[in-house]
Design a protein around this ligand. Structure first.
Ligand SMILES: *Cc1c(COP(=O)(O)O)cnc(C)c1O
Length: 458
């Protein structure tokens, strides 16, 4: 054999003849396996040129290709256990779905459905009917339209109702919010073609500020939920009823972007009031915009409810087609909304089950975890703490909770290790401890959580 390590490198043909390559071909397919073998050979040549080592064996090359292949196809979107206590955690996928919502998605995912098919005539039907009947019944609005998300709903409404003819939208300076992901209200306004007229000051806006701004180029008064921030102290802004009355009197439209939106009163759970969709409609808002996957507890969606004439205008705008919701979201949203109609939302919708869960119940779970881990000699205890709502709703609002606290010399290192487990566990770090909040751990995740903790902490 030659001493030249490049000469000693096996050819692709020789590598493919090995039995172990054939099992890679069976698992990953021939084209991808070939790509991986070539990629390893290229890296090896580079390595030999730089370091002048001995050539690796056939087995070593195939072993490296196996790693390359599993790396290439490793999923990036997969299940994690949320032990952070943040209920609507945008980075962790917001609302977990109810069983009925999951079943509804399953039923339409693998086959054909009535998505745009009218069963009585056997002809083309309309996609927008699916959640609309439920939404109008729940909110008292005349009509409804579901799009991809609330950002989409906002841009559609502003484009169709003001942007198309360069008209003005009047909005309070205190409501020009930036939400996560670089979504800024003034930019959205600009993108829609509408001209934004800011009124009032950061902390105080009066009805007369709106009134003074109205002229013949005004189309719309928009209220925007503060979402993820709160102004406290010397503050005021007109409520939606006052804005709707002013709009009505001056022949403008009044829109309410309530962000999360809720269909259930949040105050019985010790939380501040979150705007209710049905309230905004009842006091005269012409349309209301909200998300499907925040406090509604359903799939990602942007929901628009309001006057029929307005919803029809939105449906006719070209953006409506670009932003339309897909069949899986419509199936899950319809099933989620049905829980509200059947008055079973607090039990059936995970987000509301978490919000309404009692501290005693959480304490019991936390103690059961602590006892389980103590039996394996792991030092931990149950402490008082708080859960957060998250998702740009109820800023800074907390629910009292009980947390499992794990003492460890390096909380950062333990948290990092728990992100590598199967399934990964996302935790909170505070005061030199790792904290886990049972409120956001789904019942079906508990067994896996304890397995993972026992293994990692021992
Ligand atoms: C969250 C939020 C949005 C964006 O909703 P998505 O469904 O995430 O697109 C828009 N406006 C307000 C006030 C919000 O809180």
């Amino acid at each position: 054999m030659s001493d030249n390590p490049f000469r000693n490198l096996p050819s692709i043909d020789k590598l493919l003849q090995a039995d172990s390559s054939q099992s890679l071909v069976a698992q990953y397919g021939r084209p991808l396996t070939l790509d991986a073998l070539r990629s390893v050979l290229d890296d090896t040549r580079q390595h030999l040129a730089d370091n002048g080592d001995v050539a690796p064996s056939v087995a070593e090359i195939i072993d490296a290709a196996q790693h390359t292949l599993s790396d290439w196809i490793a999923p990036t979107l997969y299940r994690v256990i949320n032990a952070t206590g943040v209920i609507i955690h945008t980075n962790l996928g917001r609302a977990p779905l109810s069983n009925a919502a999951i079943e509804a998605m399953h039923a339409v995912a693998g086959g054909y459905s009535t998505l745009e098919f009218d069963m009585s005539s056997g002809k083309r039907g309309s996609r927008s009917i699916h959640a609309a009947r439920l939404l109008t019944r729940l909110t008292g609005a005349e009509a409804a339209l579901v799009v991809n998300n609330n950002a989409g709903a906002t841009i559609l409404a502003l484009s169709a109702l003001a942007g198309a003819d360069g008209k003005e939208v009047i909005v309070s300076r205190g409501q020009l919010v930036e939400i996560g992901g670089g979504y800024r209200m003034p930019d959205v306004m600009a993108a829609s073609g509408a001209r934004m007229v800011e009124v009032g000051t950061t902390n105080r806006t009066h009805l007369r500020d709106y009134r003074q701004a109205i002229d013949e180029t005004s189309a719309l008064i928009l209220r925007v939920h503060h979402s993820n921030y709160a102004i406290i102290g010397f503050t005021s802004e007109p409520n939606i009823e006052e804005l709707a009355n002013l709009a009505n009197e001056t022949k403008l439209l009044c829109g309410d972007d309530i962000g999360s939106g809720a269909l259930i009163d949040t105050t019985p759970f010790g939380l501040n009031p979150e705007p209710l969709v049905q309230h905004s409609i009842a006091v005269g808002a012409d349309f209301v915009l909200f998300s499907g996957d925040k406090l509604i507890g359903g799939p990602q969606a942007g929901i628009i409810v309001g006057r029929r004439e307005i919803i029809d205008r939105l449906k006719q705008h070209p953006l409506a087609r670009a932003l339309r919701a897909d069949k899986l979201a419509l199936a899950a949203l319809s099933a989620t909304l049905t829980h509200y109609l059947k008055d079973e939302a607090l039990d059936a919708i995970p987000v509301w089950r978490m919000i309404s869960r009692s501290v005693d119940d959480i304490a019991q779970t936390a103690q059961a975890w602590a006892d389980h881990l103590a039996a394996s000699g792991i030092a931990c205890n149950v402490i008082e703490g708080e859960s957060a709502i998250g998702g740009g709703s109820l800023p800074g609002e907390k629910l009292p909770s009980r947390l499992l606290a794990i003492q460890t010399p390096s909380p950062d290192r333990l948290a990092a290790r728990l992100r590598q487990t199967d399934p990964p566990v996302i935790v909170r770090r505070e005061g030199g401890q790792v904290l886990l909040d049972p409120r956001t751990v789904l019942p079906r995740d508990e067994y896996d959580l304890l397995q993972v903790l026992s293994k990692e902490l021992n």
